[in-house]
Ligand binder design. Sequence first.
Ligand code: KIV
Ligand code: ZN
Length: 518
Amino acid sequence: MKQIKIFDTTLRDGEQSPGCSMNLQEKIEVARCLERLKVDVIEAGFAISSPGDFESVETIARTVKDCTVASLARAAVKDIDAAWDAVKQAADPRIHLFIATSPLHMEYKLRMTPEEVLEKAAAMVAYAKQYCANIEFSAEDATRSDPAFLAKVVEAAIRNGATTVNIPDTVGYTTPNEMRALIEYLRANVENSDRADFSVHCHNDLGMATANSLAGVLGGATQIECTINGLGERAGNTSLEEVVMAMRTRSDVFAATTRIDTTQIYRTSKTVYDIIGQSAPLNKPIVGRNAFMHEAGIHQHGVLANKQTYEIMTPESIGIRADNIVLGKHSGKHAFESHLKEMGYTLSQEELLRCFQEFKVLCDKKKTVNDADIEALVTHNTKKSAVAEGGYALDWFAVHTSNFTTATTTISLKKGDERFEEVCLGDGPIDASFNAIDKIIKPIPHSFELYTINSISEGKDTLGSVTVKLSAGNETFTGRGLSTDIIEASILAYIEAANKLQQSPLAAAQSQKEKEEA
Ligand code: KIV
Ligand code: ZN
């Protein structure tokens, strides 16, 4: 079995795509999940791109112990300096530098000749190597490059110290046969190709990212770059869960294995979807709700007789538990705690108590409380503890809405011992409620980035999970609310986001400015 390294770029290529931005806390949470999942490399960001990115790469480098932590850099001195500054405290730091090698990119984007690109690639790998032993070099748009020129650049990168060379299909253009042939060609024609890992980084524009990555492995690649849930620029990157489960399920074809603890896949996928306020398409391979469901009678019949008739992998192998409904209103705190442990959650006593109290309230509202509900409750509550103290909290609300009158919300928020009440109209109950909250909290100018609502489990009495994202400056402020009442979930999410915005240094700077002007 060939060992394939899994390089996760959810926090860089994934996070830079629209609608997927994360704040520092969220990035750290994802990095922790990736460490538990046992990816080999976490690409934590693009350090030079913004102070926020630098801070998150640096924090993740200090936090993560069991994976290599990489920062992206263009083939430029200042980028490499920033990347090194950000990752140098990691247990195993990596600088990942790139330059484009296709005729289109060289002529129109870089305005450089192929000779200049070759020279720059060699010089910048050598420059990065002074800092760090672990250097990855990427030839951007490799699959639309002249293979002979690409081979020269890759050879120069290895000669100057690159330990991994990455062959990206930057625009998702290639096909499996072409990808396999390209890696085979480079392995055969680059001097000392055995001294480096060959990596593939495929985008999914034509829906072939997973197939292309696996073809790369058949051609001799030893690293796959991918993201959780396939997030990434445009149509996304290769999905980690797909390539990992493909190699595991079809080891007879790929003769390859990874270090990934596949039982962490489902949890990691959910965490990432939760953070960006999305949920998996129902038919998404591996992690979609229907991926292990057998609706058609003929399938159900087969599965009951022998699971393997229609199941090529088990839900348990990706961390979905089979014995789903186990707890009810008569379950005690110890049963709840040990069930959480089985689900992979170890909470502090304070968190456990809070979750247990909410679990009891939920048992009174909902007929059956299953793992999905408990998981939502726990992730919601453990995130809540990250919210700064001293903000506004919901006291009570009343909403009047109909299809022939304007929606009205009356709301009371509390802050310490004080109570604040407002009444507002709106374009529907959510708008009315958010307007009333705005009147009380008076958030600084911001844009409203996202409002999503997802149901946690089946049934009319399901919990609704709402995510709200507000942005100001370069920062995003996320709030989440969870309730069987979706208006309450929306109000809770909006209050949390607005509190975070008001407690940020941006709000402090704004109020200082207003004082000076007054
Ligand atoms: O798609 C791409 O080419 C990239 C490189 C920077 C590795 O993301
Ligand atoms: Zn990419």
